[in-house]
Design a protein around this ligand. Structure first.
Ligand code: AMP
Ligand code: ZN
Length: 466
């Protein structure tokens, strides 16, 4: 059996096959860049990373698009409040997102695209929907008439047939209970950014952004569309309504949604204020790979309860894996090859792969690896593990790390840059010249805490990383 994935649309776990050849056309709703992304958001992006890696391990080629939502209600509110242009406001958070993603070893999608760079296409799509009779206009804003799309509700499995015609919603985010005709194009408002377009001056609604960017790059029918569960309604429901009204074709074949990361029973979110960014957690002394491990250790369709104990346990698990790798690579094993050990390695590999094929069951995949490590350590202690068995064991670890990617330590995550070291050394020299020796000592200690050792020589100060 091949890879099986749970499809929100059909509510079934289905064998995955791309529409064309072995190329997977996949779209991910990226972050809204109005703030630092928190580790709850990263749970969803980490799931996508596992999906990408496992699809590739199974021989597929990826064409993956992730958007950056850089125009939307919250961004405009904040940018206007700070008197900044949209671009100036979002640039910092966009870069932070890309940097944090890299720290978490999340592969970059083949294409990362900004909403603001597709405004004319979005306006064209709105006009097309107008021409097909799916919209109406009120005071310069254009709305999607959900009553015109009989399948509205098919993704969130809700019956919206009783909805009062003509009731509208202008906000980008709202609850199922507020299902209404939603806004496609928002009329220009005094003091807000706007674009002149074929449907008049204004700006796109959030939902049309993703329909347009996904179909532009991936065609009218995508293989996979992903996001967090909170996007199922209204965002993805609206994407379907827009895209299928435009093309008359199925928009997405497999809809995949990641469950939330929660804190004390509640979704981690900016609005609740119960969030940590990756930067927060790294400052507290945790390694990014421990965060990565924690985020992907729970299968993506289960809620993940975030605790610092969980993060510590993740770090311990990574250490066990690294210790095992070190033992494999540095011990002197007796010549020969033990058939039982080889069989054990092959079995663990099968279990690992079967678990991931089963809708990316990362918890079972990890269990297979840790049981294996326990058994092999026992075999090593007993002298049963031979030189010829090393390859099989390393092969399993390699396969594991293709997906989990936690074996290599992050060397410079929290470490100080060369330029900062030089600055502090100069400060220390100045402090000494001023005979402020306590300050000079303080700087030496600060550098030491950050992994830098100073050595005073007759040629000046030399430094190295611990
Ligand atoms: P946003 O920037 O709010 O559009 O969110 C970016 C992604 O993170 C979306 O796919 C959300 O569904 C997802 N997300 C938001 N909060 C959480 C959470 N607590 N746990 C997991 N995913 C989340
Ligand atoms: Zn989206």
């Amino acid at each position: 059996m091949g890879l099986r994935l749970y499809n929100t649309l059909t509510q079934r776990t289905e064998e995955f096959r791309p529409l064309h050849d072995n190329i997977v056309r996949m779209y991910t709703c990226g972050p809204t860049v109005y703030h630092y992304v928190h580790i709850g958001n990263f749970r969803t992006f980490a799931f996508q990373d596992v999906l990408r890696r496992w699809l590739r391990a199974r021989g597929f080629t990826l064409d993956h698009v992730m958007n950056l939502t850089d125009v939307e209600d919250k961004i405009i509110r904040n940018a206007v409040a700070q008197g900044k242009s949209l671009r100036d406001y979002t640039a910092e958070y966009e870069q932070a997102f890309l940097d944090d993603s890299a720290q978490l070893r999340l592969e970059r999608a083949e294409r990362v695209v900004r909403a603001t760079e597709h405004i004319p296409e979005m306006a064209e799509a709105v006009r097309s929907l107008e021409q097909k009779g799916f919209t109406y206009e009120t005071e310069g804003s254009v709305y999607y008439r959900i009553g015109k799309f009989p399948e509205y509700g098919k993704l969130s499995h809700s019956d919206f047939s009783g909805i009062r015609a003509g009731a509208r919603v202008d906000k980008d985010e709202y609850e199922k209970a507020d299902a209404r005709d939603f806004v496609l194009w928002k009329a220009r408002k005094e003091g807000e950014p706007y674009w002149d377009s074929v449907v008049g001056p204004g700006r796109p609604g959030w939902h049309i952004e993703c329909s347009v960017m996904s179909m532009k790059y991936l065609g009218e029918t995508l293989d996979i569309h992903t996001g967090g569960v909170d996007l199922t309604f209204p965002h993805h429901e609206n994407e379907i309504a827009q895209s299928e009204a435009l093309t008359g074709k199925q928009f997405v074949r497999y809809w995949l949604h990641a469950e939330h990361l929660i804190v004390e029973g509640q979704k981690m979110s900016k609005s609740l204020g119960n969030f940590y960014t990756l930067r927060d957690v790294i400052t507290m002394g945790y390694q990014p790979e421990a965060v990565r491990y924690l985020l992907i250790s729970v299968p993506y369709r289960k809620k993940l309860n975030f605790t610092f104990d969980g993060l510590k346990a993740a770090a311990t698990s990574i250490q066990r894996l690294r210790d095992f790798e070190l033992r494999l690579k540095t011990s002197r094993f007796a010549d020969g090859r033990d058939a039982k050990v080889d069989e054990r390695s092959a079995h663990a590999l099968r279990q690992f792969e079967d678990s991931l094929d089963d809708d990316l069951n990362t918890a079972e995949a990890l269990a297979a690896v840790f049981e294996y490590i326990r058994d092999i350590n026992t075999a090593m202690d007993a002298g049963d593990f031979r030189l010829g068995n090393v390859d099989g064991a390393l092969g399993l670890l390699e396969r594991f790390d293709e997906i989990f990617d936690v074996l290599k330590p992050t060397t410079d995550a929290s470490s100080i840059s060369e330029a900062d070291v030089e600055t502090l050394i100069a400060d220390r020299a100045a402090a000494k010249r001023a005979r402020n020796f306590s300050r000079a000592d303080e700087i030496r200690k600060e550098l030491l805490d950050r992994g830098v050792v100073l050595e005073d020589t007759k040629d000046g100060v030399r430094w190295k990383r611990k």
